[in-house]
Design a protein around this ligand. Structure first.
Ligand code: DQA
Length: 140
């Protein structure tokens, strides 16, 4: 089963960025753990700080992949274009946030993506990605 994890802006800095909020582990190290724990999934990872590149990736894989896990970072709260891309594809999308966006600033409490996703997982640290992956287990 092909699952892509797509990370948006500033998530290339995981492990260095505001560790009190986002933790000390880099995505590189976390992916090694995820791939070994879930060998049943073919996990592709893509990160970009550029909105259009995220949209290009969603379009590229959104008609062939089994699933997409997306953390669009701050674009979650601003990007109608990424929301439109998710609405346009037929691959199910799970939205993920590392921090609990509902306990943070007001501007983080709305995501344009949510309406077009299968579900959202927020606030479990990097484990949010793992919980999203589990949601695709046994799904055809
Ligand atoms: C985030 C939450 C967003 O509000 C923030 O802009 C991010 C990361 C999270 O994973 O908690 O960049 O998506």
């Amino acid at each position: 089963m092909k699952i892509a994890i797509i990370n948006g802006p500033n998530l290339n800095l995981l492990g260095k960025r505001e560790p009190d909020i986002y933790g000390n582990t880099s995505m590189h190290d976390y992916l090694i753990y995820l791939k070994s724990k879930f060998p049943q999934f073919q996990i592709e990872y893509f990160q970009s700080n550029v909105e259009g590149e995220l949209i290009n990736k969603i379009q590229e894989i959104g008609f062939s992949n089994h699933g997409i896990i997306i953390n669009a970072g701050a674009y979650s709260h601003t990007s109608i274009a990424i929301a439109d891309a998710i609405a346009a594809i037929n691959t199910p999308v799970v939205e993920v946030h590392i921090s609990n966006v509902f306990t943070r600033e007001d501007f983080r409490q709305h995501s344009f993506l949510t309406k077009y996703t299968k579900g959202s997982i927020t606030g479990f640290g990097l484990q949010s990605y793992e919980l999203a992956l589990i949601s695709f287990d046994n799904v055809k």
